[in-house]
Design a protein. Structure first.
Length: 116
């Protein structure tokens, strides 16, 4: 499975960005996809995920502001981020979970910077 993320950038506080991630390769084997982020000096943390069963999961910091969606359950996932805050500044990573391999795949990361 290969993941290609896009859509990061610089935005002012209160603005919006939309991240996209395209899966290729053995994307039929994906059981869940989502987004994580890592700010400087901090551990990588979950932002939002969904499973092929339709189960959504959001970090508390993302609830009400971010929305995860998919064009095709196992091909492309988006993260619409609204009302961005400076504390949302981080590198955002696309993630895919393949259950039969018990393995997580990661995209290359895309920088999101929110200025105050």
């Amino acid at each position: 499975v290969q993941l290609q993320a896009s859509g990061g950038g610089l935005v002012q506080a209160g603005g919006s960005l939309r991240l996209s991630c395209a899966a290729s390769g053995s994307s039929f084997s994906i059981n869940a996809m989502g987004w994580y982020r890592q700010a400087p000096g901090k551990q990588r943390e979950l932002v939002a995920t969904f499973t092929t069963d339709g189960i959504l999961n959001y970090a508390d910091s993302a609830k009400g502001r971010f929305t995860i969606s998919s064009d095709n359950v196992k091909n492309r996932v988006h993260l619409q981020m609204n009302s961005l805050k400076p504390e949302d500044t981080a590198v955002y990573y696309c993630n895919a979970w393949v259950q039969y391999e018990r393995r997580a795949y990661w995209g290359q990361g895309t920088q999101v910077t929110v200025s105050s």
